[in-house]
Every structure is written in C-alpha cells, then in structure tokens.
Design a protein around this ligand. Sequence first.
Ligand code: IMP
Ligand code: MG
Length: 180
Amino acid sequence: MNQDIIKVIDKEFSIFITNKEIDASIEKMAQQINQDYKGKKPIFLVILNGAFMFAADLFKKLTIDCEISFVKLSSYHGTTTTGRVKSLIGLNESIAGRHIIVVEDIIDSGITMEHLLEELNSKYPTDIRIATLLFKPKAFQKDFAIEYIGIEIPNDFIVGYGLDYDGFARNLPDIYKLVK
Ligand code: IMP
Ligand code: MG
C-alpha cells in the first residue's frame, strides 16, 4: 500500500499521481508512437538519471523495431552570457540520418531540452521528437514542439517514479508533490 504522506530528507510530500495513472498515460503514448513510427526504426535517447523508469515502462509497450541509448547531461561553465549550460555526454553512436525520440521525465522551463535539441540537431538526424512523461505548461518558457506528453501538471515540485529530491525518492512507484 502506498502511503498518502511521505518524508524525503527534510520535506513532506503527498500522493499526487498513482502508478496506475502513470501506466495508463504511458500505454496511450506507446500506442501513438507505435502508429507514428511503423517501419521507421527510431532510436530512443533516454536522458539519465530521471527518465530511466519511464523509459523502461515505455519501451516494454513498443511493438515497432527500435533501438535505445542512454545519455546524460553534464553541467559545465559555458562561454555564453547565460553561464551554466549542460552538454550531452555518453552518445557514442551516430544519429545521422536516423529518427530520434528524446525520452525525458519532465519538462519544466524547457531550458535543458532546448540546449539538448541544439546539440542533437548538429549531428544531422533525420528528425527529432520529444516524449516526456510530465510537462509543466505554466513553467514552460520555450517554443519547441513536444509531440508526446504523458501528463500535464501544475508548477509543483514532485518526486517519485525516477524523479528525485537531492538524489532520493527515485525508487517510489507513484509520484508525490511537495506539501507547501
Ligand atoms: P527545465 O530545464 O527547467 O525544463 O528542467 C528540467 C529538469 O529539471 C528535469 O530534467 C528534472 O531533472 C528537473 N526537474 C524539473 N522539475 C522537477 C520536479 O518537479 N521534480 C524533480 N525534478 C525536476
Ligand atoms: Mg531529467
């Protein structure tokens, strides 16, 4: 049984999205991807760490021919005025001429994903689409398209199902939100 209120480090979180609801949204997304990518042999690029659980559940529901690869974003001091930007590490195979689906746990402001899209686009893929389990429309500051969205949520801080608070709570099967 899942508890309604949990404590992670020093903060309280309350149950927000159950694993059953998560699974239903992933099922829907998988059906759409199976339709859209029939015969296209896409590569799924999973953004670690947060998206590992979502990616595993999504991947099991795919019936198309496809590959999967895991990448990470590392912070570094860029030379731009924005200062800190993240760069892609761990992509060892060529994505030139391939259909790419980026798999993310959550898109908040969209800043992380925008940098990533720029980097991926410079490697000549045929096209790139985004599959995110969660999306915070009110926090989104960018204008790139997000083709596959599992669940839209308000601007709450959430944990569980891969998402963390200071490294913890990724193991929870359900999603919890911060009690304010
Ligand atoms: P963005 O660049 O603002 O879109 O932030 C995206 C990244 O911030 C995600 O990949 C997560 O790692 C993290 N993030 C955003 N919102 C949350 C949240 O509510 N809980 C945990 N991590 C989050
Ligand atoms: Mg993430």
